[in-house]
Design a protein around this ligand. Structure first.
Ligand code: BEZ
Ligand code: FE
Length: 295
């Protein structure tokens, strides 16, 4: 493999002169932040081009790939975010911005399957609305960073069914495995959902081709999404993962954080449920205590 370090001094000078000219073109940019961003991307982009000694054929292939990413993107499908997710750029952005929030519960990627206006369920209610899967009791508290309970916190939850599909991936307009609920006076919440199972990200487009060409799997580790919002607190977008899931190390969007891996404890058939609900067969239970940072 070639590298920028094997080229002649004259060639190095020519290439660096071009970088410098492009950087100077932003001299009159009025916004210091925009200037910083543009100079940064130009510096890193040229560094990449020079480092890998990009061929013109490869440049064209790259342009064709980005064009395909644009063409498949519409108001229902955002392939650019999928690209950002699979290159770890979304998770890196979350990680950079999470630094400010100390001991609060960690955030992770949002994903494309949140829907505004999901139904409200009472505490202890069932968010599955008929979605297939093993019933799973989820409970926990929401507190601020000083340990004060946060009553009335809005919790949005959404997940895939046993087949690994979100409701919006079916074409019958169903609403299932998503809802919102509120914490009680002591910041407690609970609901019935389904035990998360692994599923692939949408991989029938250019990002899926990229994953295939690079020998990567489209699979996400099993998870359950949360968006938690309370007045004067940072809205937390996160999910919890299932301890023991073999995909924890290879989640295709790099979304797993150790602090978000929870025990989903299998309960054999006929184990009494926390709310007296009669469940046929086995069920599972998990606990997720959430700490919100101040806004
Ligand atoms: C998801 O969690 O559903 C998801 C996240 C990122 C990309 C695709 C799917
Ligand atoms: Fe998801």
């Amino acid at each position: 493999m070639t590298s920028a370090r094997q080229i002649s001094t004259e060639q190095e000078t020519r290439e660096q002169a071009l970088v410098d000219r492009v950087l100077r073109s932003f001299a009159d940019c009025e916004s210091p932040r925009l200037k910083q961003l543009m100079e940064g991307i130009v510096r890193h982009l040229h560094e990449f081009l020079r480092d890998v000694r990009l061929t013109e054929v490869e440049w064209k292939e790259g342009i064709d790939f980005l064009t395909a990413v644009g063409h498949i993107t519409d108001d229902k499908r955002q392939e650019f975010i999928l690209l950002s997710d699979t290159l770890g750029a979304s998770m890196q952005t979350v990680t950079i911005n999470n630094e400010a929030y100390g001991d609060a519960t960690e955030a992770t990627v949002f994903g494309p399957f949140f829907v505004e206006g999901a139904p409200e369920v009472p505490r202890g209610g069932d968010i599955s609305f008929g979605a297939t899967g093993q019933p799973c009791w989820v409970e926990g508290t929401v507190k601020d960073i000083e340990g004060n309970p946060l009553p009335g916190t809005r919790i949005e939850v959404w997940e895939a069914d046993e087949a690994g599909l979100y409701d919006v991936q079916y074409d019958d307009g169903r609403t299932a495995a998503r809802a919102h609920l509120f914490t009680d006076d002591e910041g407690r919440y609970s609901f019935w959902g389904v035990t998360p199972t692994p599923y692939p990200i949408p991989h029938d487009g250019p990002v899926g081709k990229m994953l295939g060409a690079t020998g990567r799997s489209p699979m996400r580790a099993s998870h359950l999404h949360f968006m938690v919002s309370a007045p004067a607190c940072r809205t937390l977008v996160t999910h919890i993962f299932v301890r023991g899931d073999e995909l924890l190390e290879s989640d295709t969007v790099f979304g797993v954080k150790d602090s978000l891996v929870q025990d989903f404890v299998e309960q054999p058939a006929s184990t009494p449920t926390p709310d007296g609900r009669v469940v046929e067969g086995s069920w599972a239970r998990t606990r997720f205590d959430i700490v919100l940072a101040r806004a």
